[in-house]
Design a protein around this ligand. Structure first.
Ligand code: ZN
Length: 165
């Protein structure tokens, strides 16, 4: 299995080709900066398809786990990546530019004869990163625990006042 597969996008879609590859998380420099640790692998499945309107597209599925840092407790947070995207292939940039902007529509990408699968995967991984990762419920040290802990001399002050009437 080549580490950096390259596909002819339109041909890959037309022939309904499939490709399965996995990469170490550490292979994605644009994602690595957001990680607590770059361990693990990303499983990738790319499939050439024709969507409902007969347009050629790539279906990209990714799964794996990214090690992030919880923004609330600063503990480690295992973020499951589950991507399933249809990328519509356009033959020219003009075709993409002519398309009205619609966030609901499948993503449009420029087809090429030598498309780097690694780059496609990295783009989707960047999009899959949460802006502010947080545990649903943080374990261990609670935020603000230090603030609610009584100060060592707080009781002493009360004692001193209590002794004087
Ligand atoms: Zn947390």
């Amino acid at each position: 299995m080549p580490r950096r597969p390259v596909i002819d996008g339109l041909e890959f879609a037309r022939t309904g080709s499939r490709l399965q590859v996995n990469w170490p998380v550490s292979d994605f420099p644009r994602v690595r900066d957001s990680l607590r640790a770059d361990t693990g692998t990303i499983d990738c499945e790319l499939e050439g398809i024709q969507e409902q309107l007969g347009r050629r597209a790539l279906r990209l599925r990714l799964s794996g786990t990214l090690q992030l840092t919880c923004q609330r407790c600063l503990g480690s947070l295992a973020h499951a990546v589950r991507v399933d995207e249809v990328l519509l292939l356009a033959e020219t940039q003009a075709e993409i530019d002519a398309e009205p902007v619609n966030p609901e529509a499948p993503e449009r990408i420029l087809a090429g004869r030598q498309m780097q699968v690694h780059g496609l995967v990295e783009d989707e991984l960047v999009l899959a990163l949460p802006i502010a990762p947080r545990h649903e419920r943080c374990a261990g040290e609670q935020p603000g625990a230090a603030a609610t802990k009584p100060l060592p001399f707080a009781g002493l002050k009360d004692l001193m006042h209590g002794g004087r009437h």
